[in-house]
Design a protein around this ligand. Structure first.
Ligand SMILES: Nc1nc2c(ncn2[C@@H]2O[C@H](COP(=O)(O)OP(=O)(O)OP(=O)(O)O)[C@@H](O)[C@H]2O)c(=O)[nH]1
Ligand SMILES: C=C(OP(=O)(O)O)C(=O)O
Length: 213
């Protein structure tokens, strides 16, 4: 299948990101180490998305200037998070930008805390989502969402947040179910980070853990 999906990766301001992971590397009060870990999780996610064959256009949505600089340094597009008012407004704005270039674009949102993500698993999930038209991938626990896809002519209706799997199902999106552990392993806690490490972390996150050990 040719590249057909235009993908948003939302990245929160590093100072506020991944609060449940505080202290996972370095001391709890070490803001620099924590920000570096949050950035590393996102950079590994972006690298995997970039390698996926079905991703036509990839854009990070962020209001954080450092994140924007690092992402652009990797040659990846940045859409400024103009609403700067939480995840769903960021994704609605990002989709407007994507669909202003191509109104028939298939739009996807991928969470940025998937440091074990494999491009092959993302491609398999995207192929299933494109086939379904409007679909999402639940997280490992089955309550959250790691990937949301709305095909040509489908309403972009992100409902991320607590209980988002149910919210996306209620919005009419099909729940995908496939052998994609790396896509389902979002990292919110230290326990999640250990699980992701067992799947195989990307180089940015691995380097953070080595630096902290
Ligand atoms: N652009 C943007 N992205 C966001 C915003 N809030 C959350 N995200 C992103 O949305 C995804 C899911 O966020 P969460 O898993 O809740 O992460 P978090 O808010 O950093 O973590 P906690 O502080 O532990 O809740 C991650 O990719 C975040 O970077 C926001 O206000 N703007
Ligand atoms: C925002 C979400 O992520 P988390 O539950 O990991 O915060 C979500 O799953 O919709």
């Amino acid at each position: 299948m040719r590249a057909v999906v235009d993908m948003l990766v939302p990245i929160k301001r590093l100072g506020a990101a991944k609060s449940r992971l505080r202290g996972a590397v370095g001391a709890r009060e070490d803001r620099g180490a924590h920000a570096a870990l949050a950035l590393a999780l996102a950079m590994d996610t972006v690298a995997a998305a970039r390698s996926a064959a079905l991703v036509r256009r990839l854009a990070v949505v962020t209001a954080d200037p450092l994140v924007a600089e690092m992402v652009r340094g990797e040659g990846v597009e940045v859409v400024r998070d103009l609403p700067d008012d939480g995840l769903n407004p960021a994704l609605r704005h990002g989709a407007e930008v994507l669909r202003s270039s191509d109104p028939s674009a298939t739009v996807a949102a991928l969470q940025s805390d998937l440091p074990a993500l494999r491009a092959s698993e993302l491609d398999a999930a995207l192929a299933a989502a494109v086939e379904a038209g409007h679909a999402f991938c639940p997280d490992r626990q089955g309550t959250g969402t790691t990937l949301l896809v709305a095909g040509r002519g489908r309403r972009w209706d992100p409902r991320f947040g607590p209980g988002s799997a149910l919210a996306h199902a209620e919005s009419g999106a099909v729940a995908l179910d496939g052998p994609w552990p790396s896509l389902r392993c979002d990292v919110d806690t230290e326990a999640d980070l250990r699980l992701a490490a067992r799947l195989g972390l990307g180089p940015h996150t691995r380097a953070r853990l080595v630096a902290a050990s």
